[in-house]
Design a protein around this ligand. Structure first.
Ligand SMILES: [Zn+2]
Length: 273
C-alpha cells in the first residue's frame, strides 16, 4: 500500500503536466459528479497538494478536486489526448492542450470550494502531511508531546493518520529502528533527547524514501550493499521485511511482530526497552 512518499511522487507526476496549465477537458466517471465538469473546464490548475492518501487539485477560481486513492486508486499521466488501454474504470480525466492525467478506480472524489476544504470530513481529521516541506522536526516533537498522542504506543501512533498523515507500515518500522526505540513505548516515556531523535528520524526517513523512490537506507550503505550484489529489493530497508537477517548496526537477527494489526520489524538489541 502506498505511503506518503509514494503518494507525493505520484502527485509530482500529475503536477508536472497540470500546474500552471488550463484544463480544457474535465470528465468524471461517476454520474453523481458529472455536473462539476462545466464548473472546472477552462480554468487553470494552481497546485497539486497531498494530504495523506488524498490528492487535492487546486484551481485558480477557488475550487478544488478532492480525490482519495483508497487501496486501489492510481493516477496515470500521458502525452497527448489518446487514452491508454486499461481494464480499470476511469474516474477522472483532466486534459490540457498537451497532456492527459487520468485517475482510475478511486471512488472517493468530490469537488469542494478551496477555502472550505478544512471542513472536509477526511481532511478535518488528519494531521499535517509527513511530506509537507514546511514541516520541521520541532513541529513533530511538539506533536509527540500533545496530550492526545503522548499516551499512545509508538506502534499505534506511527500508523495514526491523525498524528501524521502519510505515515504507514514500512515507514513505522524504519523510523522506530533508526530512533532506537521499542515500539511499545509511549512518547510520555521518552527523554527530550529521544523525542528529538524520533522527530528528526521521522523526517529523514520519509524524505529520503521520497527522493530515492522508496529506499530508506542511507546512500553509503545502499552503495555498499549494491557492491556486495544485493538486488534492489534487498537493499531498500534497514529492518522492514528483513526477518531473520542480521541488523546492519549490530548483527542481531531482525524480528517480526504484529502490532496494531500490521507487521512490524525490529532489532531487539538496538531498540531495547
Ligand atoms: Zn541492531
Amino acid at each position: 500500500m502506498p505511503e506518503g512518499p509514494e503518494i507525493r511522487r505520484a502527485a509530482d507526476s500529475v503536477a508536472k503536466v497540470l500546474v500552471g496549465e488550463t484544463v480544457n477537458t474535465v470528465r468524471f466517471g461517476l454520474p453523481r459528479l458529472r455536473h462539476n465538469s462545466s464548473r472546472l473546464r477552462g480554468h487553470r490548475v494552481t497546485a497539486i497538494e497531498t494530504r495523506g492518501k488524498a490528492l487535492l487539485t487546486h484551481f485558480e477560481h477557488g475550487y478544488s478536486i478532492y480525490s482519495h486513492n483508497q487501496l486501489y486508486g492510481v493516477w496515470r499521466v500521458v502525452k497527448g489526448h489518446k487514452l491508454p488501454k486499461s481494464n480499470r474504470s476511469m474516474r477522472l480525466l483532466l486534459q490540457t492542450q498537451t497532456h492527459s492525467a487520468i485517475l482510475y478506480s478511486a471512488s472517493d472524489i468530490c469537488v469542494w470550494p478551496t477555502p472550505e476544504l478544512s471542513e472536509h470530513p477526511f481532511l478535518s481529521r488528519i494531521g499535517p502531511d509527513i511530506m509537507d516541506p514546511t514541516l520541521n522536526w520541532k513541529d513533530i516533537a511538539a506533536r509527540l508531546a500533545e496530550q492526545k498522542f503522548a499516551g499512545k504506543t509508538l506502534a499505534a501512533l506511527y500508523l495514526d493518520q491523525a498524528f501524521l498523515a502519510g505515515n504507514g507500515n514500512y515507514l513505522r518500522s524504519e523510523i522506530l529502528h533508526r530512533a532506537n526505540l521499542p515500539p511499545s513505548w509511549r512518547p510520555r516515556d521518552l527523554s527530550r533527547g529521544d523525542i528529538g531523535k524520533l522527530a528528526r528520524e521521522t523526517l529523514v526517513i520519509s524524505r529520503r524514501s521520497y527522493e530515492s523512490g522508496g529506499i530508506t537506507v542511507a546512500p553509503r550503505l545502499e552503495a555498499t550493499l549494491k557492491r556486495q550484489g544485493a538486488r534492489r529489493g534487498q537493499r531498500r530497508f534497514y529492518v522492514f521485511g528483513r526477518e531473520g537477517l542480521p541488523c546492519y548496526q549490530c548483527g542481531t537477527r531482525i524480528e517480526r511482530v504484529d502490532l496494531a494489526g500490521r507487521r512490524l520489524y525490529l532489532c531487539h538489541s538496538c531498540q531495547q526497552a
